[in-house]
Design a protein around this ligand. Structure first.
Ligand SMILES: Cc1ncc(C[n+]2csc(CCOP(=O)(O)OP(=O)(O)O)c2C)c(N)n1
Ligand code: SF4
Length: 290
C-alpha cells in the first residue's frame, strides 16, 4: 500500500500552510506503515470527526468515516467500538471541541479505557469560528471572545488524561512529521485508550510557529520512562501551555501501560455484534401508531 492510496482527491480547503497538513500526512503515513506491516486491516478502520477546521480530515482520508457533532467525537467513537469491538476506531477533535464542549467525554473515555485512538488538533483557539480562546489558550490571550485577555490558567490535557486513567498519553508536534508518525503508529497499536494532544500553530489566528519550534524537545532523548506514572506526571507539568521564555515543551509518549479495556470487562460486548439482528421498523412504527 502507498500513502497516496489514502487520498480522496478532494480539494483541501485549509489555509495554505496550515499545520493540519502535517497531521494529515502523519496519520496517512502511520496507517500505511501499520497496514504494510500486517498490523492493521484497512477495511476494519473507522474514523470519527466532529466540527471545526480539523474535522475536514474526513474529506481528505480515504477511510470509512463518521462525521459527528462538535465536541461529540468521543461518544460516537465509543458507540462504534462497543457496537463492533473488532473495529479499529480513530477519533479526531479540535482543542475547543475536546476541552470545552466535549471535556466530560474525554474524562470518561480515559476512565473506561475504551480501546481506541483519539487525536486532538491543539492550536489553542477555536479556529473555524475565527480564533476565540479555548480552555487551553495561554493566560492573557486577547481574542474575539476575550478582548481584555483570558484570565484563567489553561487546562493541561496531559496531566488531566493521566489523572483520569488513560493508558496511553502522548504529545505530538504537527511540524515534526516523522516523530508524530511514530507516536500515531504506537497509539493505534496500543490496546486501550490512546490519547495524543498534537500542538500546532493556527497560522491565521494563533501563529505560535516560531515559539513551538524553539521550545519543543523529545522525551525519548531525555531518557524518559513511559511506564512510570509519577515521572509522566512530572513531565506533564513541565509546560503550562503558556508562552514564557523559559518554557520547555516535552513531546513524545509520556505514559503507556497495559490494563483491562472496557470491552474486555464486559463479556457480552465481545459477542453481541455477531448475533443476527433483524429489525422490522415498519412493525415498530405500527405499534406506536396504534
Ligand atoms: C455545540 C456547538 N458549539 C459551538 C459550535 C460552533 N462551532 C463550530 S466550529 C467551532 C470552532 C471549532 O474549534 P476547535 O474545536 O478548536 O477546532 P478547530 O477549528 O480549531 O480545528 C465552533 C465554536 C457548534 N457547532 N456546536
Ligand atoms: S484557520 Fe487556522 S486551523 Fe483553520 S485552516 Fe486556517 S490555519 Fe488551519
Amino acid at each position: 500500500m502507498k500513502v497516496e492510496d489514502l487520498d480522496t482527491g478532494e480539494k483541501i480547503t485549509w489555509c495554505p500552510g496550515c499545520a493540519n497538513f502535517g497531521i494529515l500526512m502523519s496519520v496517512k503515513q502511520a496507517i500505511t506503515n501499520l497496514v504494510n506491516n500486517n498490523k492493521l486491516d484497512l477495511n476494519k478502520v473507522v474514523g470519527v470527526s466532529g466540527v471545526g477546521c480539523h474535522d475536514k480530515i474526513y474529506d481528505y482520508l480515504n477511510l470509512n468515516f463518521f462525521h459527528t457533532l462538535h465536541g461529540r467525537t468521543l461518544p460516537t467513537l465509543f458507540g462504534i467500538k462497543i457496537g463492533n469491538p473488532e473495529l479499529t476506531v480513530i477519533g479526531f477533535g479540535g482543542d475547543g471541541a475536546t476541552y470545552a464542549e466535549g471535556i466530560a467525554h474525554l474524562v470518561h473515555s480515559c476512565r473506561y479505557n475504551i480501546d481506541s485512538t483519539f487525536i486532538v488538533f491543539d492550536n489553542q483557539v477555536f479556529s473555524l469560528t475565527t480564533g476565540q480562546a479555548t480552555p487551553v489558550s495561554e493566560k492573557g490571550l486577547v481574542s474575539p471572545s476575550t478582548p481584555l485577555g483570558t484570565g484563567e490558567k489553561p487546562v493541561n490535557p496531559i496531566a488531566l488524561t493521566l489523572n483520569c486513567g488513560a493508558s496511553f498519553v502522548a504529545r505530538g508536534f504537527a511540524l515534526d512529521i516523522p516523530h508524530l508518525t511514530k507516536i500515531i503508529e504506537a497509539a493505534i497499536e496500543h490496546r486501550g485508550f490512546s490519547f495524543i494532544d498534537i500542538i500546532e500553530p493556527c497560522i491565521s489566528y494563533h501563529n505560535t510557529t516560531k515559539f513551538l519550534r524553539e521550545h519543543v524537545y523529545k522525551l525519548e532523548e531525555a531518557n524518559h520512562n513511559p511506564a512510570n506514572y509519577e515521572e509522566a506526571m512530572k513531565k506533564a507539568q513541565e509546560w503550562d501551555y503558556c508562552y514564557g521564555e523559559n518554557a520547555k515543551i516535552p513531546i513524545g509518549i509520556f505514559y503507556k501501560i497495559e490494563k483491562r479495556t472496557y470491552t474486555e470487562q464486559w463479556p457480552q460486548i465481545r459477542t453481541w455484534h455477531k448475533f443476527e439482528r433483524k429489525t422490522d421498523f415498519r412493525k415498530i412504527i405500527e405499534r406506536y401508531r396504534s
